[in-house]
Design a protein around this ligand. Sequence first.
Ligand code: ZN
Length: 345
Amino acid sequence: MTLVLEDNLEITGHDLRLAWPLADLAAGDTASPFMRIAPVGSAARVEFTDEALAAALQDRCPDLHRTDPSASGGRLRLVLWSIAAGISVIGLAIYGVPAIAVRLAPVIPAAIEARLGGAVDGQIGKILGDPPVCDDAPARAVLDRLIERMTTDAGLPVGPAITVRRHAIANALTLPGGRVVVLSDLIDQSRTPDEFAGVLAHEFGHVAAHDPMRALLAASGSSFLLSLVLGDLTGSTIVIAVGQAAISAGYSREAENAADAYSVEVMRRSGGDATALATILERIAKDDEKGEFAGLLRSHPFTAERTTRIRTMAGTETIGRRILDETEWATLKGICRNVPAKSAT
Ligand SMILES: [Zn+2]
């Protein structure tokens, strides 16, 4: 984030560009070196600690101390920490501006995203009827090695945490904070380890792009920001809504295409069959005779165009490769052997 004082106060950052006329600016009632500046009548504001900038603003803004911009109350506050070269801006606060907030997804502090992911994870468990966690030790070891191989140099913001839960729907859900919940029927439905790994790699693509956080900010906008400020995450309606959305709604087509491309790249690099993602999507769509489009298909709509694109990106040179050998795959398939079958709801 950078602040530049010219004819306007210019604020630039990741996908963010604002220019505030100096005549409109008002300073909040803060203790030095903190300074909070907002255009009168606007919902946005910026906070910083740079004393030279503060002095320059005092000189050049005609009516800087007319009102406290925070006095109107009821506004939402999200402070994001960043460091800008040459100026010690310590935060930008955006108030009720969801369109901008969505673009801030990549810079939401990891600790906040992690906390949110934990809350949504708990909520997902409840929505699905608390399906038991599958962690047969030898299978888990195979899975952990596979994840390690797939995520090395994969450019992920966090090391993803994968939980497998016994459930009769084939799906994988990516939550904020790099959490991925795999429902065990996805493993059952996968005919090769590469089909399973291809879906997993697609989910890692969502992690890499911060898609769960983007979706959350887009869906809940300022309400999420409010719960963030109040520290009320676990029980909030937002978390419940996000849990529901993670299960039944997908991301934008652009986000899905990007995650497919990511999957192809990871599969290629990890020694797998990069076309297997297309194969499993096609087969599940074909098997879905009733057209219910549960699970994977509901959150990842199948289209011929999509699988064609995956196959085109993947090319032919990886076809038939196996990311796990037969013994490893047989072991991984038994990951739920430690928990009893749960009747489908
Ligand atoms: Zn997806």
